[in-house]
Design a protein around this ligand. Sequence first.
Ligand code: MN
Length: 252
Amino acid sequence: MSVLFACQGTPIADSPTPTATPATQETFGTAQLTPAAYPDKELSASPAQLPKLPYADNALEKAIDAETMKLHHDRHHATYVENLNEALQKHPQLKNRSVEAMLRDLNSIPEDIRESVRNNGGGHLNHTIFWQIMSPTGGGQPTGEIAQQINQTFGSFDAFKKQFNEAGGDRFGSGWVWLVRNAQNQLQIVNTANQDSPIMEGLYPIMGNDVWEHAYYLRYQNRRAEYLNNWWNVVNWSQINRRVQAVSQQKS
Ligand code: MN
């Protein structure tokens, strides 16, 4: 993973320790880690299941064509799920762990399936986040807490967008560009290769864009920058705010 932009600022105020740990949250020692797949739920591996798209294939035409959405969800994401389940057949005891738990501790995964869990578990997690943080009614200026944190950290929404798009353009080959919260409670833009998840590095993914060619090639061909630019028209700020709230309640 290359960290492209580290910044000062946006320490999020300490939240009171929750009195009870929801059953869906994983406990690592005393630290409670926020589920990454959803604001309140981790990704099951018993078995992993393809989530439904929360809108129609043609709902995001402002940025992504229907054919791309269909292939991306029904074929690409489905294949990550199938391949993850197939790998876990070899070590069925792992199915009791969430996908997040496996990715946070890849060294604990038997070597014969470690790479498969990394790629297919990562692919399943990354796409599950991706579908949620887009919406047909998305786009426009950020709202709420995330708007404030972006301004504090990057100066303005335009400056943030520019850095995010550059980080997405700089990822050679296939990968993702992310806005994450790091261990120091700061926002940071990073990109990752292939299907690597920021949680492998202890970073919490707040939002991310897929820069694999399969995400944009039908409409944009080699024009990744144009795709990155149009993608802001479908960004679901209310869902992103739910993710920000979830992670700010995490005891770190
Ligand atoms: Mn993809």
